[in-house]
Design a protein around this ligand. Structure first.
Ligand code: SAM
Length: 289
């Protein structure tokens, strides 16, 4: 297998490009784009602008979600002929909510060499400055366009205790936040990263309800590109732990004045919890003392 790979002269380079600020192009990306024989680009007009900025003239091939499968054989042939090829998307890292997965998978299966040239990605850029837990997180990409699909995807994540990262476009941002609020609760902590690395870059941090208000208070807040990061459901667990401990306190105070049965009955009225469950909880409060 490896022998086969080394026989192939051509290499496919997966080149990350800036997500807004052109100064974020890396030295290796620049060198790779200068050296390759062709560049496969999601949108050749966009990539041409970047190449003009870098002073690079290159043969550009359109490779997007509608023709990616058909291009695999052509790319494989060019690589077999010894060409060096780069894959870029409009912005950020190819394959991350961008074309390239089918190409890379097929080329790896055919033992071609694929080399990543790392750089910007909105996901990591946003997460790195959000102040949410990063030890574990899930990248959710774009939610489905249809309401039912969006809700299903969000419900599937509602119990996740990890930070969740979503991509969203300007025309759906408000609706997305409203739907999230209906599923995760208006008080779920969220961080929104808008226009990363660009002139109007900003972060909003608060609850889903506060984010909704912030989006509505100024139409400018709804413009541009967004990464939405939701705190995990852990906060909810802590809330419920806090709730339980405040019930312990209520029971404890009531039990100083009343028999347990009566204390449980009043606590049930105050908290909305079942009185038998509160009776048991009262017993364990007594035991702890
Ligand atoms: N491949 C890209 C990456 O590595 O981040 C993502 C491409 S995806 C088609 C575009 C989405 O990424 C946007 O709709 C937005 O959600 C997010 N995004 C890209 N650039 C951004 C930026 N400068 N600020 C905020 N979000 C951005």
């Amino acid at each position: 297998m490896q022998e086969n790979a080394s026989e192939q002269k051509g290499v496919l380079y997966i080149v990350a490009t800036p997500i807004g600020n052109l100064a974020d192009i890396t030295q290796r990306a620049r060198e790779t784009l200068s050296l390759v024989d062709r560049i496969c680009a999601e949108d050749t007009r966009n990539t041409r602008k970047l190449l003009n900025h870098l002073g690079i003239k290159k043969n550009l091939i359109a490779l997007h979600e509608h023709n990616e499968q058909q291009k695999i054989d052509s790319v494989a042939k060019w690589l077999t002929d010894g060409e060096q090829i780069a894959l870029v998307s409009d912005a950020g890292t190819p394959l991350i909510s961008d074309p390239g997965y089918h190409l890379v998978k097929a080329l790896r299966e055919r033992q071609f060499k694929v080399i990543p040239i790392p750089g910007a990605s909105a996901l990591i850029t946003a997460l790195s400055a959000a102040g949410l837990a990063t030890n574990k997180f899930s990248f959710e990409g774009f939610l489905p366009a249809k309401e039912i699909g969006r809700k299903q995807a969000l419900i599937a994540n509602s119990e996740s205790v990890y930070t969740q990262v979503y991509y969203e476009s300007s025309h759906r941002i408000v609706h997305c936040v409203v739907t999230m609020s209906s599923i995760f609760g208006a008080d779920r902590k969220v961080v929104l990263a808008r226009e990363l690395t660009k002139l109007y870059e900003e972060f909003f941090s608060g609850t889903l309800e506060q984010l909704h208000q912030w989006l509505l208070e100024d139409k400018m807040h709804q413009k541009g590109e967004f990464v939405i990061m939701l705190a995990g459901a852990k906060a909810k667990q802590q809330q419920s732990e806090r709730f339980e401990s405040s019930i312990d306190q209520v029971l404890s105070v009531l039990m100083q004045e009343l028999p347990l049965k009566q204390a449980a009955k009043i606590a049930a009225k105050l908290t909305g919890k079942n009185k038998n469950a509160l009776y048991k909880q009262g017993l364990s409060v007594k035991e702890k003392k």
